[in-house]
Ligand binder design. Structure first.
Ligand code: TMP
Length: 238
């Protein structure tokens, strides 16, 4: 199989059918844009489990995703997308770089969710970018920005509800989108506690990658808890 992409947490291979790709999750956890790296046993399996649960649930509520199916503990077959080189962050509460940029305490509830775009470019440390810059640089059209922003907010709304039922606060989340062979913009990549912030609703304990970033205790214990709670909520809905 031909390797077509190697990221920090996933490797992609072209499958025989040109419309499909094998997504292999890795145990690697990184912080400081890859400057700190660690292998965490069990992370790949947990992220595959959680991302599959969430993408299948999103499909069931009418959101098109890249996922075709999970085929192994740490592997999914996904649709080939032409990925849009953006990290689309939606924030419901103040945390992380937003807290730092505006000198705010973490945890404050925003009056409405906010959408931010970061250019996906490791060498430049994924710079913050606005719609005007994106369109001037011909990275994306204004219409596409609007579609992505609307879709990100819609998915965020649905996930707030899902996580709430699992006793979790969705603080913020990063999405990646791509175009399918018909030109439709659909949700790609993964959704796991690697790319969102999840706090326990009662204790506000962090159950996401901030545990690794900030040395707050076992990552896999937290991810197992998230997986268990989501599994229970989704099974109950069926
Ligand atoms: P930030 O507060 O560091 O900007 O992160 C916002 C959200 O985006 C948080 O849930 C973590 C996620 N994220 C990624 O998934 N990948 C990244 O490279 C960064 C910087 C953030």
């Amino acid at each position: 199989m031909k390797k077509i992409y190697e990221g920090k947490a996933k490797v992609l291979y072209q499958l025989e059918d040109p419309e499909t790709i094998l997504m292999v999750f890795t145990n690697q956890a990184t912080a400081l844009n890859g400057k700190r790296k660690e292998d965490i046993a069990g992370k790949a399996i947990l992220n595959t489990q959680i991302s599959t649960l969430i993408f299948e649930w999103l499909e069931s509520v009418g959101i098109a995703t890249q996922l075709i199916k999970k085929i192994d503990d740490d592997r999914q077959v996904v649709k080939r997308l032409e990925m849009i080189p953006l990290e689309v962050v939606v924030r419901n509460r103040v945390a992380g770089s937003f807290a730092k940029r505006f000198g705010l305490e973490e945890g404050g509830v925003l009056s409405k969710p906010t959408v931010e775009f970061f250019l996906k470019d490791d060498e430049l440390d994924d710079p913050f970018v606005n719609v005007s810059q994106l369109t001037s640089l011909n990275k994306i059209t204004e219409e596409e920005c609007q579609t992505i922003s609307d879709l990100a907010l819609k998915i965020n709304d649905k996930l707030i509800q899902l996580f709430d039922e699992a006793g979790l606060i969705l603080v913020d989340i990063k999405f990646e989108f791509g175009k399918d062979s018909s030109g439709n913009i659909i949700l790609g990549d993964e959704i796991s506690p690697d790319n969102c912030r999840l706090w326990d609703k009662v204790t506000e304990e962090k159950l996401d990658k901030d545990r690794f970033r900030r040395h707050l205790g076992s990552l896999t214990d937290a991810y197992e808890e998230v997986s268990k709670r989501l599994d229970a909520v989704i099974a109950h809905q069926k």
